[in-house]
Ligand binder design. Structure first.
Ligand code: ZN
Length: 154
């Protein structure tokens, strides 16, 4: 997955489309894009993961995924993501099993979005969109279920 910030469902979005999505977000008023990881410092132009210098140096990455209703009714499931199910499994399955925290609610995330923040493959935090605030348990459960999948695409 080399395309920056490509929230894919089968195929990668063009860089322009990704830019549009980001500009349409709740941070749309800010002209210079902020780092996708720390949300504080400006992004290095054209940085692969949309990061600032410090986050890039620390090897921190924010992977965004989109949730939707799970098939068959109850709960949530991952519908699209910046990393393929197989990679999610490889890198985060065990860490997600152990995860006992509460995801932080972040206004920069769009409807049904969830973000994994990792530093060199170590899971640091999970962030969720405000519409998932009262469904954080289901959201984390959806990530865990997704990390069991071995498919190459969502
Ligand atoms: Zn940063």
């Amino acid at each position: 997955m080399s395309t920056k910030a490509s929230l894919v469902s089968g195929r990668a979005l063009s860089a322009g489309a990704v830019g549009d999505i980001r500009r349409c977000g709740s941070l749309g008023a800010i002209l210079r894009p902020m780092c996708r990881v720390c949300l504080k410092r400006p992004e290095i132009p054209d940085e692969r993961h949309g990061r600032c210098e410090q986050c890039a140096k620390a090897g921190r990455v924010a992977y965004r995924l989109r949730l939707g209703p799970a098939r068959g009714g109850a709960g949530l499931a991952v519908k699209a993501g910046e990393l393929a199910p197989r990679l999610l499994r490889q890198r985060f399955r065990e860490q997600l099993e152990k995860y006992a925290g509460t995801p932080a609610v972040k206004p920069h995330l769009g409807l049904h979005e969830i973000e994994l923040v990792a530093a060199k493959d170590r899971l640091e935090t999970i962030r969720i969109a405000s519409d998932l605030k009262d469904h954080s348990t289901e959201a984390v459960a959806a990530l865990r279920a997704a990390a069991e999948r071995t498919d190459s695409a969502w």
